[in-house]
Design a protein. Structure first.
Length: 533
């Protein structure tokens, strides 16, 4: 967290559920699907999302931003669900913390969500935990947890942890994992320990989160003479995010505030989720050249068949482009940049882009985040497909550049259905801008921005040599395209219905050459570069 966020909390709050009127959202722009937010609900931020065992997505967030509401007026928590991989969402349930004795709605926030990957204690796989921080100085505990055994439709108070003690400060940002020995672990940022400005710590439960113990510090610097509010701020590691990589390695990232760290996100690994090395070390920074990840990390691991899987990470104040994120294939030893599912519009004073969530589902990467649109915060969902160290984002605009000629796919400036598609010298005009719409997993519809029409195989032909045209979008297999990555950074573009590949007719290198579908061939005219606008 940054200085402004020093007092922030993250804990567990979930229960009291009722059927609510449906609120449905549809994909609308490169900024993703807007799920929630309007002039009345204007300060949403700090989103959390999980994928349920049945494939549904469950999401929640803070409906108020306490920094600009004087830490008052926090609201109940809404839960939204998507049953179609994020294309549409509906309001699913609600939890009001004040329905529980001793918990003040205005003193809790920064939610966490977790789904049990296996049975823990008496609670089966698929049990959902919801946690929030409680910054009420009168509360006995700093974190509260609710559970749901029906995928978030109803909630029951589960437990509390992190005793407040006598030291000033609170506990923030709960994060869950299951250790290698099968116990539930809750990691959090802790301001309550004597001599620490803030440290990252954890507690362990052997009964599925009903009781907690074995307090352990993972990262932090201690000076027993240090006094909060009197002495200069010390190193403040915080906001831990933890996942288990494909080989079983545990991977943690966190932000580093004060003492000259400038919010840099660093990482460390563990073999068991419990032993994380020397707690006085800051960890390895997430950086690519001069681009650095900073504050409020969100992470996921795409299981791509490699040893560790592919880590994807972004922070709130990264110094790369707002449409990029960081990725690593070697457990955080080295990093590269790649496109992100959402363009993060960061405005820290509004809570915009503040602590979103990545989820990896097969080769798809989902992101839940928010953006300030000039009037209010919108909660947004985005997705993309990961191809090694590349990602094709849903709802983004690309040039489709032929690798053999350097020319772009163009609709000849025509607005009518049935107009043939050709290759033309790069002009950057809308006739060469192709908008992606992810139909299912790695299948895309490609829409010309100039005409609004789709890249299409005439009448769904299965024949080689058929010329490609543009047609009214109907999302049929004839308009469904799969990108197949090549090692040289290009793609082959395969039609879902015919199984044939997009190519230049007669391998013609001249401007105005027609596009066709053809059998697989080892030729550059069948390879394409995607260049994002």
């Amino acid at each position: 967290m940054n200085q402004l966020k020093r007092l922030f909390a993250l804990a567990a709050v979930l229960s009291v559920v009722m059927a609510l009127s449906a609120y449905t959202a549809y994909a609308e722009s490169p900024s993703g699907t807007t799920i929630y937010g309007d002039e009345l609900e204007s300060k949403g931020f700090y989103e959390r999302m999980v994928e349920l065992p049945n494939g549904d997505l469950l999401a929640t967030w803070c409906r108020k931003f306490p920094v600009i509401t004087n830490w008052r007026g926090m609201k109940s928590f809404y839960f939204f669900k998507s049953s179609d991989k994020g294309k549409t969402w509906e309001q699913f349930s609600e939890l009001d913390p004040e329905a529980y004795e001793g918990i003040s709605r205005s003193k809790v926030g920064m939610p966490g969500l977790y789904v049990f990957p296996r049975q823990l204690g008496e609670y089966p796989a698929g049990t959902v935990l919801f946690a929030v921080s409680d910054w009420n100085a009168k509360s006995e505990y700093c974190l509260h947890i609710w559970r749901s055994t029906d995928y978030g439709q109803t909630w029951e108070l589960h437990s509390s942890l992190a005793p407040r003690g006598i030291n000033p400060g609170s506990v923030w940002e709960p994060e869950f994992a299951v250790s290698a020995d099968g116990r539930l672990v809750c990691y959090y940022s802790d301001e309550t320990q004597k001599g620490y400005d803030q440290c990252i710590a954890y507690e362990v439960s052997e009964d599925g989160g009903e009781t907690w113990g074995n307090y352990t510090i993972v990262a932090g610097a201690c000076d027993l003479d240090w006094r909060r509010g009197v002495d200069e701020a010390m190193w403040r590691p915080g906001m831990p995010r933890v996942l288990r990589l494909s080989d079983g390695t545990y991977f943690m990232v966190y932000e580093n505030i004060a003492a000259g760290h400038d919010g840099v996100i660093t990482c460390r690994t563990s073999e068991d989720g419990l032993s994380w090395g020397d707690p006085t070390q800051t960890g390895a920074p997430v950086a690519v050249g001069e681009a650095m990840a900073r504050q409020c990390p969100e992470i996921a691991c795409v299981d791509d068949g490699s040893r560790y899987g592919r880590i994807v990470l972004r922070g709130m104040n990264d110094t790369c482009a707002p449409s990029q994120c960081f990725t690593s294939a070697d457990a955080g030893k080295t990093w590269q940049l790649m496109d992100a599912p959402l363009t993060a519009v960061r405005n820290e004073s509004r809570g915009s882009g503040w602590s979103g969530t990545f989820i990896a589902s097969g080769s798809c990467l989902y992101e839940l985040n928010n953006a300030y649109n000039g009037s209010y915060n919108e909660i947004r969902f985005g997705s993309g497909v990961v191809y090694g160290d590349r990602l094709i984002a849903d709802g983004a605009d690309y040039k489709l550049v032929n690798a053999a000629t350097g020319y772009c796919i163009d609709n000849s400036g025509a607005q009518r259905m049935g107009a043939r598609l050709i290759l033309q010298q790069d002009t950057g005009e809308a006739s060469q801008q192709w908008h992606t719409r992810r139909l299912d997993d790695d299948v895309f519809l490609l829409l010309c921005n100039a005409s609004g029409l789709a890249l299409d195989v005439p009448e769904g032909s299965l024949e080689s040599g058929v010329r490609i045209w543009q047609w009214n979008p109907n999302e049929t297999p004839a308009q469904s395209w799969v990108f197949i990555p090549e090692q040289d950074g290009t793609y082959r573009i395969k039609n879902q219905k015919s199984g044939l590949y997009l190519e230049v007719e007669d391998q013609n290198a001249a401007g105005g050459a027609n596009l066709i579908q053809n059998e697989y061939a080892d030729t550059l005219t069948q390879k394409w570069r995607l260049e994002r606008f």
